[in-house]
Design a protein around this ligand. Structure first.
Ligand SMILES: Cc1cc2nc3c(=O)[nH]c(=O)nc-3n(C[C@H](O)[C@H](O)[C@H](O)COP(=O)(O)OP(=O)(O)OC[C@H]3O[C@@H](n4cnc5c(N)ncnc54)[C@H](O)[C@@H]3O)c2cc1C
Length: 467
């Protein structure tokens, strides 16, 4: 019987274990998790900070699931080394667990800048971090969030939504500078300002003080709660110490296998084809590939890389960005509509007649269609305005996911198409919960819930019409 050991019970590790059990009852599975919590949906942590979800509501698997599926889960147990010669992992407490197949799913850790006083600040990566933030927020008078990327914006919006005055400090000239161009960053900043988040871009944090943050130039921004959201770094120490190849992440091939054939790596700790992904959809796709291979269900299964769409999950801020949004007219065809007063910005980046990037801010109705066009890389219809404004009459593109082709991907996190939702409906699912149970659509970031609801509602209506 194959002995599978998984190190890391986060979003990738937990998904791998459930994918393995869905395929095979005989593999012996042991999963170690350094966090004391049962695995949870990290993507939804900003909802915990915002107070719209509790830790229980973001749980992925509970103890009963492990008992029912004969999986040994060891929360709060850190693996400290790998003995590749005898094929065993060793924990901090000295436990030795032999493996035939080892999967590293150790994720990332938050980067905390090396500035004086930073040791006392809190990062934003784990449920424990959320607990610390919320405890501090209960008595704080002002908060500062350092880092104007996706996580920093979600944290700042969550804290502002609790009524706490928040200043968001960002090193670059505009927010989410990796995903957005300067104009979009500006519109996003104005939207957040309207929601109670003061935005300061182009600032350098030099020191964390007891009563605030000192910036280069000497100015102090007052705060009694400082949250760092300055990016993440893959957790690779275990692999590196064991002599596995590590560049930025643990290097894997298309099977997600490291340079030791008995050891795989998935999720944010893995580097595939030069890329370390920081989103959950690739992690879940990779988990499915490893489950196929380890259980022998499909030994030809391979991971070929992902095209990613970033969606912000901050209440009252709609934002989706994908691909090469920074290209200019020099290198691509760029179609842009900016309406700052309304807080909307839309942009298409097209090369050789194909969509290679897009930004939708303040209005994301077109995201389903654009994602599909981006994913498949097919030729675009000539009606560019119709792509940006799906409601326009005579538009070349369907105005809602209801009329999307069956191949359109509705749930990015779980890779679920409209066709799969339709098939699920045809086998009896009549609401979002039933579709989620069968396909897992909506169970990642939850951003597709309205689209799934729309499709299910429309199918139900059609049934009523034809009955
Ligand atoms: C606030 C927030 C919002 C996000 N929003 C989105 C989003 O909207 N969309 C999206 O796609 N992604 C989002 N992400 C990113 C997403 O959460 C990650 O891509 C995903 O969690 C990666 O899964 P993972 O299992 O690789 O890593 P993790 O979920 O970090 O899990 C790794 C686990 O391994 C454990 N571990 C590490 N070393 C050891 C060891 N030696 N022994 C035992 N256990 C160990 C860690 O404690 C951790 O629990 C967000 C992340 C955060 C923090």
């Amino acid at each position: 019987m194959t002995r599978l050991v998984v190190v890391g019970n986060g979003m990738a590790g937990a998904r791998l274990v459930s994918e393995v059990r869905a395929r095979d009852k005989h593999v012996t599975v042991t999963v170690f998790g350094a966090e004391t919590w049962q695995p949870y949906n990290r993507v939804l942590l900003s909802n915990v900070v915002a107070g719209t979800m509790t830790p229980d509501q973001v749980r992925l698997l509970d103890p009963a699931w492990y008992a029912d599926h004969s999986v040994t889960a060891l929360p709060g147990v850190e693996v400290t080394s790998i003995d590749r010669e005898t094929q065993a992992v060793i924990t901090a407490g000295g436990r030795r667990e032999p493996y035939d197949v080892l999967v590293l799913a150790t994720g990332s850790q938050a980067v905390v800048p090396r500035v004086p006083g930073a040791a006392g600040a809190v990062a934003f990566r784990t449920l424990d971090d959320c607990r610390t933030i919320l405890e501090a927020a209960a008595t704080a008078r002002r908060a500062v969030v350092v880092g104007g990327g996706l996580l920093g914006i979600e944290a700042a919006r969550g804290l502002a939504g609790r009524g706490l005055p928040v200043t968001l400090l960002h090193l670059a000239g505009h927010l989410m500078n990796r995903q957005l161009d300067a104009e979009a960053g500006l519109v996003l900043g104005e939207t957040l300002a309207g929601l109670g988040v003061e935005i300061r871009t182009g600032v350098v944090v030099e020191e964390i003080l007891d009563d605030g943050v000192r910036l280069a130039g000497g100015e102090t921004v007052e705060a009694d709660l400082v949250v760092f959201a300055c990016g993440v770094r893959p957790v690779t120490g275990l692999a590196r110490d064991a002599g596995l190849e590590v560049v930025r992440g643990i290097v894997v091939d298309d099977e997600m296998r490291t340079d030791d054939p008995s050891i795989f790596a998935i999720g944010e700790c893995a580097e595939h084809d030069g890329t370390v992904y920081g989103l959950v959809a690739p992690a879940w796709e990779q988990a499915a590939v490893v489950a196929d291979i380890v259980t022998g269900t499909d030994k030809t299964s391979r991971y070929r890389g992902s095209r990613m769409v970033t969606r912000l999950k901050a209440r009252s801020v709609e934002l989706a960005a994908m691909g090469e949004t920074h290209l200019t007219e020099d290198d691509a065809e760029v179609v842009r509509f900016s309406h700052r007063a309304a807080g909307t910005y839309r942009k298409l980046v097209i090369r050789d007649g194909r969509l290679v990037g897009a930004i939708l801010l303040g209005a994301t109705a077109a995201v389903g269609n654009l994602t599909q066009l981006f994913d498949r890389g097919g030729p675009l219809p000539g009606d560019r305005a119709g792509l940006l404004f799906p409601g326009l009459s005579g538009s070349a593109v369907a105005e809602s996911p209801v009329r999307m082709p069956d191949a359109a991907k509705v749930c990015q996190c779980n890779n679920v198409t409209k066709g799969q939702i339709r098939a699920c409906w045809e086998s009896g699912a009549r609401d979002v919960e039933a579709v989620a149970a069968a396909t897992r659509a909506t169970t990642g970031c939850g951003g597709c819930r309205d689209a799934v609801e729309g499709i299910v509602g429309w199918l139900c209506e059609q049934e009523g019409v034809s009955a």
